[in-house]
Design a protein around this ligand. Structure first.
Ligand SMILES: Cc1cc2nc3c(=O)[nH]c(=O)nc-3n(C[C@H](O)[C@H](O)[C@H](O)COP(=O)(O)OP(=O)(O)OC[C@H]3O[C@@H](n4cnc5c(N)ncnc54)[C@H](O)[C@@H]3O)c2cc1C
Length: 292
């Protein structure tokens, strides 16, 4: 099923995310985590790209398992900056052959040895969106950044680039993680003003490891509000307490988002079924219980 049809037909959607095994790593533990996550019947499951190397065989394998063995709609991520046109075409055809109708079109992070525009077939995610459209009738998602993408100095330019990307053929957007909902509300106001009307799914990261959060924020450009900093300061060295506090914070964020009319919630579940299920249980009467 196309994700845009799910988004248009439900009051609130809840989706999860998994990452495939790294090259030559065993599949079994990841498949076990994916199987447990799918027992929650998320509206769709996104499968990240990049950990597997090559052209994303592992992404396609896991996305295929999610959709065809577990009956949950898959969203296969695909990056382009480090791939040739032929490699991208092969990946898209692999996704199509698995019966997956949804692709999250991403540029990917720029590799340290990147040589510039003359040596790569795809410079921006919008180039990939145009390429995917040539291969068939896919539902195409793309990334957006409520606090601005780290490489773009001015938010207004970032939103202008986002508009170009959406106009290239994007059906929906998923946000980078954020910890202050006001960032999302401001962003939504600004993009709607600029004519970006596609659904925006809010990406929520449950922080369960106090030590990793500083690095994640540095990479993603997400600000930590004082309220969250206090939680990490207090519980960061106590893994069980941090996990409980991280789940509570993410739950709070989601309740506020839904109360303010946000209809798409995506949890960066990071192959952790216990964390996803705790949040899901906290929302059992808030998001329709018909999934179980
Ligand atoms: C929801 C989500 C999922 C992700 N999943 C993955 C994943 O599975 N694997 C992975 O490796 N990474 C993933 N990423 C990370 C992503 O690859 C990086 O954030 C990357 O740096 C940017 O990708 P993009 O698709 O947003 O790029 P783009 O949309 O191409 O934007 C990248 C930068 O280029 C600028 N730009 C765009 N168009 C133009 C233009 N015409 N002229 C000048 N500047 C321009 C933008 O303002 C921005 O600063 C994900 C990110 C998000 C938010």
């Amino acid at each position: 099923m196309k994700i845009i049809d799910i988004l248009n037909s439900k009051e609130v959607t809840l989706s999860y995310e998994v990452f495939p095994p790294k090259k030559d790593m065993p599949f079994e533990p990841i498949v076990a985590a994916v199987d447990k996550l799918c027992m929650d019947k998320p509206d769709f499951m996104s499968v990240t790209y990049g950990a597997g190397g090559g052209i994303g065989h592992n992404t396609i394998k896991i996305a295929d398992h999610v959709q065809n063995d577990l009956g949950v709609t898959s969203l296969a991520h695909l990056t382009c900056i480090s791939s040739t046109k032929e490699q991208v075409a092969e990946a898209i055809e692999g996704i199509k052959a698995a019966g997956i109708e949804n692709i999250l079109a991403l540029r990917g992070d720029i590799p340290a040895d990147f040589q510039g525009t003359t040596t790569c077939d795809f410079r921006y995610a919008s180039d990939l969106v145009r390429e995917i459209k040539k291969h068939g009738d896919f539902c195409i998602g793309a990334a957006c950044y409520p606090e601005g993408h780290t490489e773009c100095e001015h938010k207004a330019d970032d939103i202008r680039h986002l508009k170009e990307k959406v106009d290239a053929g994007v059906d929906f957007l998923t946000t980078q993680m954020f910890f202050d909902n006001n960032m999302l509300y401001n962003f939504l106001y600004r993009i709607r003003e600029k004519g970006i009307t596609v659904p925006v799914i809010a990406g929520i990261m449950p922080v369960t490891n106090g030590k990793q959060i500083a690095r994640s924020c540095q990479l993603s450009g997400a600000e930590l509000p004082a309220r969250f900093k206090a939680i990490v300061d207090k519980f960061g060295d106590n893994p069980e307490a941090m996990k409980q506090a991280g789940i509570a914070y993410a739950t709070d964020q989601i309740i506020d988002l839904i109360a303010n009319g946000v209809r798409g919630i995506h949890i960066y579940t990071m192959n952790k079924p216990d964390v996803a299920q705790s949040i899901r249980n906290n929302l059992s009467h808030i998001i329709g219980s018909d999934r179980k």
